[in-house]
Design a binder for this molecule. Structure first.
Ligand SMILES: Nc1ccn([C@@H]2O[C@H](COP(=O)(O)O)[C@@H](O)[C@H]2O)c(=O)n1
Ligand SMILES: C[C@@]1(CO)OP(=O)(O)OP(=O)(O)OC[C@H]1O
Length: 159
């Protein structure tokens, strides 16, 4: 049996924060704002996985009012979500991720992101695609006010 999930997330860019996307710290003059480390891509992967198993969203599992998750490492949050997926008897078929950012260039970091996400979802790198697009300077992403991401995952029940 197969289950599909999709996720979408946005975080604001601000000065004085590290830029962490896909579990990788990217050198840049700004970082993403959030209650956690604000890793927009790992949040989106987590939301897509939760969607696939019908378990709501990360805000339900890790409320941004809970001090336990202040500055949380989003990799730890995704590990927790992935355990829920495994508890329901599923494994990953593939994940397709899109980062929407005018700047910085993501291409040099996409390989490392794929490796990290593959590690967290206990799969091989071939099953994880990460791509990036600008919005041609249009909208909040185009103005560099924030970064968004979209992720689709497909899960299958283990034999
Ligand atoms: N933050 C980004 C945005 C885009 N890329 C790469 O550039 C290519 C062209 O982007 P367009 O928005 O003009 O289509 C895109 O396909 C990515 O390979 C990037 O690395 N980082
Ligand atoms: C991850 C959590 C929890 O620390 O906080 P944020 O980093 O603000 O992220 P968001 O995607 O807004 O929602 C989920 C939150 O509950």
């Amino acid at each position: 049996m197969f289950r599909i999930g999709q996720g979408f997330d946005v975080h604001q860019l601000t000065e004085g924060r590290p830029l962490i996307i896909g579990g990788i710290e990217i050198p840049y003059e700004k970082g993403l704002l959030g209650h956690s480390d604000a890793d927009v891509l790992l949040h989106t992967v987590a939301d897509a996985c939760l969607g696939a198993i019908g378990e709501g969203d990360i805000g339900r599992h890790f409320p941004d009012t809970d001090p336990e998750f202040k500055d949380a490492d989003s990799a730890k949050l995704l590990e927790h979500v992935w355990q829920l997926v495994k508890d329901k008897g599923y494994e990953l078929v593939n994940a397709d991720c899109t980062i929407i950012a005018q700047k910085p260039k993501m291409a040099p970091y996409v390989g490392q992101m794929r490796e990290r996400i593959a590690e967290l979802l206990e799969t091989s790198i071939e099953n994880i695609n990460v791509k990036a697009t600008t919005t041609e300077k249009l909208g909040f992403t185009g103005r560099g006010e924030g970064i968004a991401s979209q992720v689709a995952v497909l899960l299958q029940k283990k034999n």
